[in-house]
Each structure stands twice: as structure tokens, then as C-alpha cells.
Design a protein around this ligand. Structure first.
Ligand SMILES: *[C@@H]1O[C@H](CO)[C@@H](O)[C@H](O)[C@H]1NC(C)=O
Ligand SMILES: *[C@@H]1O[C@H](CO)[C@@H](O)[C@H](O)[C@H]1NC(C)=O
Ligand SMILES: *[C@@H]1O[C@H](CO)[C@@H](O)[C@H](O)[C@H]1NC(C)=O
Ligand SMILES: *[C@@H]1O[C@H](CO)[C@@H](O)[C@H](O)[C@H]1NC(C)=O
Ligand SMILES: *[C@@H]1O[C@H](CO)[C@@H](O)[C@H](O)[C@H]1NC(C)=O
Ligand SMILES: *[C@@H]1O[C@H](CO)[C@@H](O)[C@H](O)[C@H]1NC(C)=O
Ligand SMILES: CC(=O)N[C@H]1CO[C@H](CO)[C@@H](O)[C@@H]1O
Length: 819
């Protein structure tokens, strides 16, 4: 049916280069052939156009067929009907870069993205339209959603980027994970999803549409799975192939949280198991996570880094061994494309979570041996041979005889990244600073804003999200003979401000933010009011708007109250509710309005007595760009919280003062057993994020560069330094009869720090000799083969390294090389 529909469609499109994308119950078909498709998510605004070609090239070399991205509505339409597709937002250029590299594209228009992106990708002006409810049968919403979706489709069609036009895009997505939140929308939710399907179909893109996490996706929408594991997923129609659109390669990070890691072995296991159980399309979420520049982080409290522990790290470096181990898996899966997509499938269960799946065609067979047991290895007897499948792993045998790959046996090097000081500065870390205070006189002492209301408003309503900052100001008067005048009182604010700074009569009385995982709190501080007029100025700061959940658009932000002042005079208690007082509002800060962050800014800065620990302070310095091509980071250790700019480019919010809790990190991470976001954490007791990415394209290679910081809480800029990040050393720990490649990523291997063939112990960086070891000088052999080269390939064999007797146990080579 479907193929016929698309076929008919093409008879009328006179593009000879058109690619026909369709599907049947087994796989996506391209020009009539069923395909094994491996895809990876890269969100274009989370890197720069200058980085795109390298990221996409590395994705291709990593064995991917396709790149997937969301489209970010609020970035493209910041003000209603005013669009921005420049720089990092140049969607068409990104899609053409994918095309130039010869990869396919998967375009998830949504336009709801989630993605830990500010407000899930919805513009805040949309929320502020009358009668608006998101993601349901609300006319105002549907009109706007259709308008934006249509515009994106038209733009992409105009450039002939759909496969049906000879372009790279093979799949498009409407809505996103709606099935997860649909319940609360009731019947309207069901009607809405039908409307989405019809609307998408009417756009006639000539490629299939997908709906992820949507069990009731109306035909011909393809419903797909998102999750850490999708092997048990069954599509809702026999004609829909088993597709995994979000396979989480790691996890995101929140301010105050730790660094999440998902092991290479477990990611590989989840993918191999998905293909063992009939899957044919897999997308890694994320393949490159990147950076939440500017105010794009969602949340609240999502960090500026969106590294995601993805195969390509935040800066675009290979995250080894994850990148290489998955590349080998992709190569093996591609080599089996025909049997996987056309073979007859049979499965043998051996009990104890061990199973074999055989894909059989006339030409030959391919096998998967799976072991889902968390503790014990399995011995599988198959066609007269016996195979050991380690716990929580899958072995792949493209010919059903020889093991080509096992998810738990890593033969790819581990790369240890290091940060190097900026050699272009004569004396690194002695940057010369100038400063100026944020001008707050009108607010702190006069309480004078732009508008006045006798009510506390949600921050989104007032600011339209044009800024993180909103002043809420009011005055309280005490008569001279008022019994509370001059007495201790307390100010109590029931707050959903992501961060709150409170001032009374110009004096900072305290700051607060929600504890990890919670969104509201009560701020309470003692204050002494004077007789006469007192100004209460509350600065509410957003740190990314909510991006997930039913009706998430109405989750409060800012100071929604109530606000009280309370005091005691002997037995008498007074409680004044200020919530319905006259509140004066002011969006944004003066320094942002006068663009102090711009290099051309003419404002006066002082080099005298640069203050430390001063709230609401601007700092500025100049620096030389680090030499070479290695990615650049700025170490903001010593600072509190604020925003940083390099040459006027906003590199994101910083908050190194937010220390993650001491507990919950695993000294040793076990890949066996189901992964969850609390597993394999590191960085306990350290700043949540200390280093911030400065893309090379933001820098002048010659001459001076400017760094501007706006510090809210108080910090010490004297520790700030620019650094580069690169491979410091590489390690391998592999069994005999494997070939291991060591590579310093275009740098020379300078020395072999450790090498032992036998049963060495420990991990990269801390290897030690075991109880048995070859008497050959392993270090010398490796020095000869590797030192002075960018990469070397080593055959781990007894012919080369000798044959120590390890009491019958398999021998391994452990090596650490310095780059
Ligand atoms: C979107 O709405 C505007 C009016 O606000 C209209 O001019 C424009 O044609 C619409 N675009 C699409 C693609 O429907
Ligand atoms: C696959 O199954 C079909 C239907 O049972 C059968 O006709 C065909 O011969 C099988 N092919 C192979 C290679 O076993
Ligand atoms: C008023 O507050 C100050 C400082 O918090 C405290 O030292 C003092 O004891 C308080 N006085 C009364 C009467 O509570
Ligand atoms: C704060 O407000 C929330 C709702 O906005 C309410 O549930 C809570 O009880 C309030 N807390 C206090 C201490 O007033
Ligand atoms: C800044 O404040 C912190 C904590 O209050 C203090 O430990 C530190 O010494 C202060 N630094 C400077 C340079 O004043
Ligand atoms: C390593 O040892 C084996 C066996 O002991 C020997 O044949 C081989 O030549 C040695 N290789 C080197 C490079 O010394
Ligand atoms: C259901 C669920 O948790 N979905 C999440 C999948 O991962 C993406 C990216 O991390 C999130 O945006 C979704 O919320």
C-alpha cells in the first residue's frame, strides 16, 4: 500500500534523482531495498557551522548512515513572524553539509523538541497568546504549529532536500514523545494526534513521517521507540518496521548534578540486542551533544555543556572507546544488511537469559548470541561448536561460525583527554582585568521599573523570555510611631524563581535557588525596616525554562508568591501580605541593554582595585588565541554564577560555584545490568561545570580577543584561564589474537608509559603488572613500533610478545602511551 502511494507520487515528480523512501514491516526501504540504518543526533545550534563538516565527517567514519536533528522553533522565531536562520541556526546549510558528506538526514520538525532545550523549543510569545494551551486541540496552538511546520517544510522543499526531490532527508517527524504525556489531555489528546498526522500528511513531503513514543500513531505514521533499551519494542502495525529513534548514549547534566556516564559496553549491548530482536533502524541520542550556548539550555537547571557522554565529545573529539567500539559494531551490522533485512528469523532460548537468533537467507546465515544475565557468562553450543558469551553481552557471528564482535570485548583504545595551558600567553593565568558595577540605582533605591501591577506575575508573562532577569519591586511604609518601625522583621518569599537575589533599601540580604530536583522553595531572611519608605527589590532569574511533561508550558517561573513580612512586638505578631501590593516590574539588566559584552562597547571600565566577591559585577579582559587547532575552553574556576561572552558571542551561563553533592559517585562502574541516570556518576563534590567551550570560530587567531563576564553572585576572576583540550594519553587492554590501533589523533605518540603482556591489572592511567608477564621487553617492542608516529597498529600475539604461562588464563596486553 504505502510503497504504491509513494511510487504514484513519484510518477508526477519529474526529478530523475529522486530517491524512493518507503518501508515494510521489516525495514525502511530506499529505492526498493530494505536497509539497516544507523543514525546519530547532532543538533545544529549546539555547535557552529565551522564545526559541522568535521562532526559529520567523523559521524560517517564512525559508520553512521544518517544524521538526525530537531528543529528549534523558539530559536528560529524569537518574535512572532520574525525569523532567524543565521549562523548556528542555518538549518539549510546544516542539511546541505549532511548531503555533501553523502549521509541521509532525519528531520524531526516537532515542532516540540524537548531535548533539554529552553521551553522544549516553544517560543514564549506562543504561551502568551490569548486562550493558548499547547499540544492539544486548541485552535490558536494548532494554527501556529501548522504555520511553523509548513514554513519549515516549504524551506526544505525549496532547496530540494527531501529524498523525494533528490535530497538527503529520508524521514520526517511530527510531534515528539507525545504518547508519554497524552493521558492528562484525555480525548482532546487523541484528536490532536490524529490532527497532527493529517496535517503532516497534507504537507506531502514524499518521505515517511515518524511519531516517536506514540503507540496509537495513526497510519501511515510510523511509531518508533525511545529509551535506554528498545529490544522489546513492538510497533503498532505489522507494516511498521522496528525503529529506535532515541537511544540514549549517555545522559544530560543539571546544575548541582554529577557527570553521567553510560558505559561503552552497555550502549553496544543495547544496540546489538535491538538488532538481534529484529530492529533495523537505530538513532543515537546524542552522537554529538555539544553546547547549550547563550540561553538555550532548558530545564530548569540544565548545564551549558550538553556533552551527553556521546561518541563525539562536547568539542567534537572522539570519545574513545565509545566511538571506536560502536564503529566496529556498525561495520559488522552493515556487513549483514541483507540477512538482517531479508532473512528468515528463528530464535533458540537456552534459559538463564541466553539466546541465539539466526537470520537465514538462501545465500547464508548470520547469528547473534545474546546473554542478558547480569552475573554469569553463558556457554552456547551451536552447530557443534561452543561459544562463551560474557554476562550482559551479545556476540555477533556474520557467518554463524566465527565471532566477529562481542559487545563486552573492547579492542578500541581509551583516550584520556587533558587540558593544556594557553601557550600563546607569555605568562598564562595573569590576565589583566577591568570591571564595572551593574547599574541598579533605579531599582534598589527607587524601586522604579517599566510597568506596575497590583499582582505577582509569572516571569514568562512579563519578560516574554527576552531575558533571564526580572526585577519585582515594591515599597513598604512604616510610620514613625508604628510599633514595628526599626524592629526586626522577616521577609518571606514563596518562590519559583530559579535563582533569587533579594535587596532591601539597596542592601543585598540574601540569595537562594531550589535544591536539586525541586522547583520551588521559601526564602526567609531577617530584615530591619526603617521608618518611612522601604524598597524591597527582588531579582528573579531563570536558568532555562521547563521542557518536559503534560502542560509543562504552564509550570511557573519567577516569583509567584505569596510574599509576607512578619514581625513581633511583645505578644503582638504582625503579618503583612505583600502579594497584592503595587509591584513594579523591570525586565533585563542595564548592562545587557547597553551591550557591555560587545567588543565595540564604549562604556567606561575601571582597572583600579578590581573587586572580588562582589555581586552584580562586570569583568573584562583580553587574551591571545591559543595556537594550533585543538578545541579551546575557558576555565571559570573561582567565579560564582553569570554569563560569559567571547568577542561578543554568548558562550552560555556559567555557575562553577554550584558544587555537586559529595555522595553517589561510583568508584568502579559496572556495565552489567540495566543502565539508569543514577548509575556510573563522577565529579562528586566538584563544580558542576568548570570549563566552557569557546569554539575556534569565535576567536581571532591573530591579535586580541575579549572575554566579558557578568557575575551575579560574587567571584574571583583572577583564576580564570584559557586552555586547549586534547588527547593526553591513550590506553588499550586487549586479549591475544586481536589487533589494536593506538592513535594520538593527529599528534605523535611520544612515549610508552606502561606495557605488559600477561595478566596486568588496573585501568588506563593506573595499570600495574599482574602475576604473569612476558619476559620480552614489551615496552621496547611498542616503543619501536609506535613512538614518533601518529598511529600504530599492533598485532597482539604470542609470536610478537612471547608466551608467558598465566595458568591457562587468556593473556592480555595492557599499554599506556603518552601523546
Ligand atoms: C503564517 O502566518 C502568516 C500570518 O501571520 C501568513 O502570512 C503566512 O503565510 C503563514 N505561513 C504559512 C506557511 O502558512
Ligand atoms: C524462509 O521462510 C519461507 C516461508 O516459510 C520459506 O518459503 C523459505 O524457503 C525460507 N527461506 C530460507 C532461506 O530458509
Ligand atoms: C534582631 O536581629 C539581630 C540580628 O539578626 C539580632 O542580633 C537581635 O537579637 C534581634 N533582636 C530581637 C529583639 O530579636
Ligand atoms: C508556596 O506556594 C505553593 C504553591 O504555589 C503552595 O503549595 C505552598 O503551600 C506555599 N508555601 C508557603 C509556605 O506558603
Ligand atoms: C570570597 O568569599 C569566600 C566565601 O565567603 C571567601 O572564602 C574568600 O576568601 C573570599 N575571597 C576573596 C578574594 O575575598
Ligand atoms: C618475544 O618472545 C618470543 C618467544 O619467547 C620470541 O620468539 C620473539 O622473538 C620475542 N620478540 C622480541 C621482539 O623480542
Ligand atoms: C521519556 C523520556 O524520558 N524522554 C527523554 C528522552 O531523552 C531526551 C533527551 O535526553 C529527553 O528530551 C526526553 O525527555
Amino acid at each position: 500500500m504505502v510503497s504504491l502511494r509513494f511510487l504514484l507520487c513519484f510518477l508526477f515528480v519529474s526529478n530523475v534523482y529522486a530517491t524512493i523512501v518507503s518501508h515494510d514491516g521489516r525495514a525502511i526501504t530506499i529505492d526498493g531495498h530494505r536497509r539497516v540504518l544507523l543514525s546519530g543526533s547532532i543538533h545544529y545550534p549546539r555547535s557552529t557551522p565551522e564545526m559541522w563538516p568535521d562532526l559529520i565527517k567523523k559521524s560517517k567514519e564512525g559508520g553512521l548512515d544518517a544524521i538526525e536533528t530537531y528543529v528549534f522553533w523558539n530559536a528560529h522565531e524569537p518574535t512572532r513572524r520574525q525569523y532567524d536562520f543565521s549562523g548556528k541556526l542555518d538549518l539549510i546549510r546544516f542539511l546541505k553539509t549532511i548531503q555533501d558528506e553523502g549521509l541521509y538526514g532525519v528531520l524531526r520538525i516537532g515542532p516540540y523538541a524537548c531535548a533539554e532545550w529552553n521551553y522544549g523549543g516553544f517560543p514564549v510569545w506562543l504561551h502568551n497568546m490569548p486562550g493558548m494551551v499547547f499540544r492539544t486541540t486548541n485552535k490558536a496552538f494548532m494554527d501556529e504549529m501548522q504555520n511553523f511546520t509548513t514554513m519549515i517544510v516549504d524551506m526544505v522543499k525549496k532547496e530540494n532536500l527531501f529524498a523525494s526531490q533528490g535530497g538527503p532527508i529520508i524521514l520526517a517527524q511530527i510531534e515528539n514523545e507525545y504518547g508519554n504525556v497524552m493521558g492528562p489531555y484525555g480525548e482532546s489528546g487523541k484528536a490532536y494526534i490524529k490532527w497532527c498526522a493529517n496535517m503532516a500528511q497534507s504537507l506531502d513531503v514524499g518521505v515517511p513521517w515518524i511519531m516517536c513514543q506514540q503507540n496509537d500513531a495513526p497510519q501511515p505514521m510510523l511509531n518508533t521507540c525511545n529509551g535506554f533499551y528498545c529490544d522489546n519494542f513492538v510497533p503498532n502495525n505489522p507494516n511498521t518496521p522496528k525503529m529506535w529513534t532515541e537511544n540514549w548514549t549517555g545522559w544530560f547534566k543539571q546544575w548541582g548534578g554529577k557527570n553521567p556516564h553510560r558505559t561503552t559496553e552497555d550502549v553496544a549491548f543495547s544496540v546489538a540486542r535491538f538488532f538481534q530482536r529484529g530492529g533495523t533502524f537505530n538513532n543515537y541520542y546524542m552522537y554529538h551533544g555539544g553546547t547549550n550556548f547563550d540561553r538555550t539550555a532548558g530545564g530548569p537547571y540544565i548545564t551549558t555543556s550538553y556533552d551527553y557522554d556521546a561518541p563525539l565529545d562536547e568539542y567534537g573529539n572522539l570519545n574513545q572507546p565509545k566511538y571506536g567500539h560502536l564503529k566496529q559494531l556498525h561495520d559488522v551490522l552493515h556487513s549483514m544488511e541483507r540477512t538482517l533485512t531479508y532473512g528468515n528469523i528463528s530464535t533458540i532460548e537456552f534459559g538463564n537469559s541466553a539466546s541465539a537468533t539466526i537470520y537465514k537467507t538462501e545465500e547464508g546465515s548470520s547469528c547473534f548470541f545474546g546473554n542478558g544475565n547480569e552475573k554469569s557468562d553463558a556457554t552456547i553450543s551451536f552447530q557443534g561448536e561452543s561459544y562463551v558469551v560474557p554476562a550482559w553481552s551479545v556476540t555477533i557471528l556474520p557467518d554463524c561460525k566465527n565471532e566477529a564482535y562481542n559487545t563486552a570485548k573492547i579492542t578500541t583504545q581509551t583516550s584520556m583527554m587533558v587540558k593544556k595551558p594557553n601557550e600563546a600567553e607569555d605568562t598564562p593565568s595573569t590576565l589583566k582585568w577591568s570591571w564595572r558595577p551593574e547599574n541598579m540605582d533605579n531599582f534598589l533605591l527607587k524601586g522604579k521599573g517599566e510597568s506596575t501591577q497590583t499582582q505577582l506575575f509569572d516571569q514568562k508573562v512579563v519578560t516574554n523570555d527576552q531575558s533571564d532577569y526580572l526585577w519585582y519591586m515594591t515599597t513598604v511604609k512604616f510610620k514613625k510611631r508604628d510599633p514595628f518601625s526599626g524592629k526586626n522583621m522577616s521577609l518571606r518569599v514563596n518562590s519559583t524563581a530559579h535563582v533569587l537575589h533579594a535587596f532591601v533599601n539597596g542592601k543585598h540580604i540574601g540569595s537562594q535557588h531550589a535544591e536539586n530536583g525541586k522547583f520551588n522553595y521559601v526564602f526567609e531572611k531577617d530584615v530591619k525596616f526603617k521608618s518611612g519608605r522601604n524598597v524591597i527589590a527582588l531579582l528573579s532569574i531563570t536558568v532555562g525554562l521547563a521542557n518536559y511533561g503534560a502542560f509543562f508550558e504552564s509550570k511557573p517561573a519567577g516569583i509567584t508568591g505569596p510574599i509576607f513580612i512578619t514581625g513581633r512586638n511583645g505578644d503582638e505578631t504582625i503579618v503583612k501580605d505583600l502579594s497584592a501590593h503595587k509591584w513594579s516590574y523591570k525586565t533585563g539588566l542595564i548592562g545587557f541593554e547597553s551591550q557591555l559584552f560587545r567588543t565595540e562597547s564604549m562604556s567606561k571600565w575601571s582597572v583600579e582595585s578590581v573587586p572580588f566577591n562582589r555581586t552584580m559585577t562586570w569583568y573584562k579582559t583580553t587574551f591571545k588565541s591559543p595556537l594550533g587547532n585543538d578545541p579551546v575552553v575557558v576555565d571559570l574556576m573561582g567565579l560564582g554564577k553569570g554569563t560569559a561572552w567571547v568577542n561578543g558571542n554568548n558562550i552560555g551561563r556559567y555557575w562553577p560555584a554550584f558544587i555537586s553533592s559529595e555522595n553517589g559517585c561510583d568508584a568502579k562502574c559496572n556495565y552489567r545490568g540495566a543502565y539508569h541516570a543514577e548509575k556510573c556518576l563522577t565529579n562528586c563534590g566538584e563544580p558542576t561545570q568548570r570549563w566552557y567551550h569557546v569554539p575556534r570560530s569565535f576567536l581571532n587567531a591573530e591579535g586580541d580577543n575579549t572575554l566579558v563576564l557578568f557575575e551575579e553572585m560574587g567571584g574571583n576572576p583572577s583564576l580564570v584561564s584559557f586552555q586547549t583540550t586534547r588527547v593526553g594519553s591513550v590506553c588499550a587492554n586487549v586479549y591475544e589474537k586481536n589487533i589494536i590501533e593506538l592513535s594520538c589523533d593527529r599528534k605523535q605518540i611520544s612515549a610508552i608509559k606502561f606495557a605488559s603482556f600477561g595478566n596486568p591489572d588496573g585501568d588506563c592511567g593506573s595499570f600495574v603488572k599482574g602475576t604473569c608477564e612476558s619476559s620480552n621487553n614489551t615496552v621496547d617492542i611498542l616503543t619501536q613500533e609506535c613512538v614518533g608516529k601518529e598511529k600504530c597498529s599492533i598485532d597482539v600475539s604470542k609470536e610478537k610478545f612471547g608466551a608467558p604461562d598465566c595458568s591457562g588464563a587468556a593473556r592480555r596486553l595492557a599499554v599506556e602511551a603518552i601523546c
